[in-house]
Ligand binder design. Structure first.
Ligand code: DOR
Ligand code: ZN
Length: 339
């Protein structure tokens, strides 16, 4: 924030893409998420994944139990509304989609190409075989959330997002012209351009790390595992375009942290996991990014209006005030039985 703005009050934000994990992890992740956000879209890549409406109900119940046991205020507890997703597999049926659409708790369905990222081994191996499911999504107006990267071994990691858009997503959009799609955690100017050229039923989320950092932060002067996420950070020119579109006031781009915790020993490892945990600090991170380009006035649209608009939900009524003061981020948080 600029010197003249020391405080900023905006409508309470929502996080349209978060990983809360499960079990004991929920005592940390749920409190952090509910402290800042009202609605959160909970990713389904648990082990085993959230594949059907029964799994989604049970997972939501576990989240709500941790919410009730947390030390959050009554206001925060009653405002928090975890919205669930189903994990698409080769075996997902149109009936699963119908039940999800009618459930009142499932907000969307998540497509992980098998092998693309953390816990994606049960993901879709042949997108062409998903025709029935995509038809059902279109019919019931349930959005498809996409981890947009191709997975063939020979494709360069920095090209995987663009190749997915050109070779896979473009075809899905032609075959299913009214299917609502969110290209999740976009990382390139190619993805921003792609979304901009589509109709209003195609949108994108952007993470704080992709707005604040680029691959130099990850690699220059030694590998910094804590900057490693998927899709991987790209070159600075892409970061700049992401900042441009996020702060443009275009409602196609909205907040989705992709906050993805991992145990310290799995993250700081010779083969470190992909994921940046940002749930506790996401709002200050986004505010810092927007302020860095003099666009703090665009934060409310991105964080609190455009996602709700896309999902056809009302914007929140409560507000949150951000105060521009230095803060110390802890190096780790309690997670399962450790950190
Ligand atoms: O960096 C990532 N971490 N990207 C993903 O797509 C998944 C996530 C996770 O679940 O850890
Ligand atoms: Zn994610």
């Amino acid at each position: 924030m600029t010197d003249s703005i020391r405080e900023l009050t905006i409508l309470q934000p929502d996080d349209w893409h978060i990983h809360l994990r499960d079990g004991k992890a929920l005592s940390t992740t749920v409190s952090h998420a509910a402290d800042s956000f009202n609605r959160v879209i909970c990713m389904p890549n648990l082990v085993p994944p959230v594949k059907n409406i029964d799994d989604a109900r049970a997972y939501r119940d576990r989240i709500m139990e941790h919410l009730q046991n947390s030390e959050l205020s009554i206001e925060r507890k009653s405002a928090f509304d975890p919205r669930m997703t189903l994990y698409l597999t080769d075996k997902t049926t149109p009936k699963d989609i119908k039940l999800a659409a009618q459930s009142g708790i499932v907000q969307a369905v998540k497509l992980y190409p098998a092998g693309a990222t953390t816990n994606s081994s049960d993901g879709v191996t042949d997108i062409n075989a998903c025709v029935d499911v995509f038809e059902a999504l279109e019919k019931y107006n349930l959005p498809l959330l996409i981890h947009g990267e191709v997975t063939q071994d020979h494709v360069d990691i920095f090209d995987r997002e663009k190749r997915f858009l050109d070779e896979v997503l473009a075809q899905i959009i032609v075959k299913f012209p009214t299917l609502k799609i969110v290209v999740e955690h976009i990382t390139t100017s190619d993805a921003a351009d792609f979304v901009l050229t589509q109709g209003n039923h195609i949108a994108a989320t952007i993470t704080p790390q992709h707005l604040m950092f680029n691959r130099n932060h990850l690699l220059l002067g030694g590998i910094k595992q804590h900057f490693y996420c998927l899709p991987i950070l790209k070159r600075e020119s892409h970061q700049k375009v992401l900042l441009d579109v996020a702060t443009s006031g275009n409602p196609k781009f909205f907040l989705g942290t992709d906050s993805a915790p991992h145990a310290t020993d799995k993250k700081e490892n010779a083969c470190g996991c992909a994921g940046c945990y940002s749930a506790a600090t996401a709002l200050p991170l986004y505010a810092t990014a927007f302020d860095s380009v003099g666009k703090i006035d665009k934060l409310e649209g991105f964080a609190s209006r455009f996602g709700a608009q896309f999902y056809g939900m009302p914007v929140n009524e409560s507000t949150v005030t951000l105060i521009n003061t230095p803060m110390q981020v802890p190096s780790a948080y309690p997670y399962f039985d450790g950190y």
